[in-house]
Design a protein around this ligand. Structure first.
Ligand code: GAP
Length: 495
């Protein structure tokens, strides 16, 4: 792709200010001082998010004959995460600055400052590198670091509310306070038992949605009589204890993923062909379904030493955010790794029997996985335009939160009442529309341009005479007169 022809993306601050000001996104728990790196989606954000989900489902599920869906729980048996490898390996290298208390991913700081890739290094070797090269804190410039530690990326909760670690620690502290500093062997055994109970009752919040697809693979085979090749799609929340969540909703700790596991028999279907087809479909989704400019994304194939342990090939679609071309969407050939792992850990037969030959096999899988929050952010970058006289969110019709805005020219002379009637009627018919009678008509047009509303409907004095309204096109700003009866069509399919 030709990167020379790129349009400079709008900067992140403009996007964040816009999203907050317009109520697409709100800071989480704001009235209580917030909770770092949590965000809530406001009324227009919900609609835009839903439209992105619907577009994805249409493209990858409803318009195909080889796709099924799953909606699994966020909580699962902890063995799921032992089998997937998350319990032992889903961790990042944590490094704290002792001066300013800022927290970093050690590998990122080292890569930025020393251009050294520490993948596979042990903690001691990394510590020696940091102290030997006198690395500085990117925030305050100090050279006073803690030792590097691994921090699990998994959030966890516990059903055992009595033997939780806070209670256990409180008990120990209580004993210390009361002068019982010495713990006898019975105390120690008691504490160990409690910690063990807690361990057994630990529940992880899923860090990715896809594992449930593998766990439910056999049930889906049985209830749906599914035949290879076929895919299972799922949209849902995931949780990641990121060390450095950043760039607004680009990297968050509570995210929503849209994932597909596409299962096939590697002896019947060529994985490279399927991989290329899925990659093509992902790009068509961005350009045709969402209307993204193809110049705004590039492909990046992970070198073998950087790939996840389960992957034989990984290609990311990187989007042109203002902070660089960054991963939007991953496509990975996960082989038969996951189903094999879950077969082993559950001692269940998760194989597939070919209905023609009776051959049993563990299917292989290719996985396209995208974060909805990240796609939402890319959508704002793609379509927000700061024109000289106005700001316009030039969303394609299918993504626009509201398709129509009903605006009475005046509040008086029955115009407001007439506009309200039209608004109520259209909402009843399922048209996503907004109503606005505050401020001058020009201001209201600008407000709707920012909302991304493709059409503004002005109810004026002529409406009372002949049941017609003016309809204004967001992009061309042209206005024409149409019958009220035509509005449903404008609101459902555009013009
Ligand atoms: N099942 C594979 C998987 O989860 P991943 O590369 O870790 O792979 C897939 O995540 C996608 O999920 C990414 O391409 C990105 O769009 C999104 N994603 C991952 N971590 C995220 C985070 N902390 N915040 C927002 N989106 C995230």
């Amino acid at each position: 792709m030709d990167k020379n022809n790129l349009v400079d993306p709008i900067n992140l601050k403009t996007i964040v200010d816009f999203a907050l000001r317009k109520g697409f996104v709100y800071p989480g728990s704001e009235i209580y001082g917030g909770l770092a790196n949590t965000w809530d989606f406001g009324p227009k954000g919900v609609l835009l998010k839903e439209n992105l989900k619907q577009a994805w489902k249409q493209h990858f599920v409803y318009q195909r004959t080889d796709m099924l869906e799953l909606d699994a729980g966020i909580l699962a048996n902890q063995k799921v995460w032992e089998a997937s490898g998350h319990v032992s390996a889903f961790a990042d290298l944590l490094l704290d600055c002792k001066e300013c208390k800022s927290r970093f991913r050690a590998d990122n700081v080292i890569e930025d400052q020393l251009e050294i890739d520490v993948e596979g290094w042990n903690l001691e070797k990394i510590d020696n590198l940091i102290s030997g090269k006198k690395m500085t804190c990117p925030k305050c410039g100090a050279k006073n670091w803690t030792k590097v530690r691994f921090m699990s990326g998994m959030f966890e909760t516990n059903r055992d509310k009595i033997n939780n670690s806070v209670n256990i620690l409180t008990e120990i502290l209580g004993k210390i306070k009361n002068g019982e500093i010495y713990l006898n062997s019975e105390d120690i055994k008691n504490l160990q038992d409690k910690l063990e109970t807690q361990e057994q009752n630990r529940i992880y919040l899923r860090p990715e949605t896809c594992q449930a697809i593998f766990v439910q693979f056999k049930n889906i085979l049985n209830t749906e009589r599914a035949r290879l090749p076929f895919g299972i799609a799922q949209i849902g929340k995931s949780f990641r204890n990121e060390i450095t969540p950043k760039d607004f909703i680009f990297r968050v700790i509570e995210l929503e993923q849209m994932e597909i596991e596409y299962f096939f028999d590697p002896e019947k279907d060529n994985w490279e062909t399927l991989f290329d087809q899925l990659l093509e479909t992902m790009q068509t989704f961005l350009t045709q379904k969402l209307g993204f400019n193809e110049k705004n994304f590039i492909l990046f194939e992970h070198p073998s030493e950087k790939r996840s342990h389960y992957s034989k090939k990984t290609v990311d679609i990187l989007y042109n955010f203002s902070f660089g071309f960054k991963e939007l969407w991953g496509l990975a050939y996960r082989t038969d790794y996951d189903l094999t792992q879950h077969s082993k850990f559950s001692s269940q037969d998760l194989s597939y029997s070919d209905p023609q030959t009776g051959k049993k096999l563990i299917p292989h899988v290719i996985e396209p996985s995208v974060g909805l929050d990240r796609l939402f952010l890319a959508t704002l970058f793609e379509f927000l335009e700061d024109q000289e006289t106005r700001i316009v969110l030039k969303l394609p019709f299918n993504l626009a939160p509201y398709k129509l805005a009903i605006l009475p020219l005046m509040k008086k002379d029955g115009l407001k009442e007439k506009a309200e009637k039209i608004y109520t009627l259209l909402r009843k018919k399922g048209v996503k529309c907004d109503f606005d009678d505050t401020g001058s008509i020009g201001k209201r047009y600008r407000r709707q341009d920012e909302n991304g509303t493709p059409f503004c409907v002005c109810v004026d004095y002529q409406t009372l005479q002949d049941e017609t309204v003016t309809i204004r096109n967001r992009d061309t700003m042209e206005q024409k007169r149409v019958s009220i009866d035509d509005l449903e069509k404008y609101g459902t399919v555009g013009n």
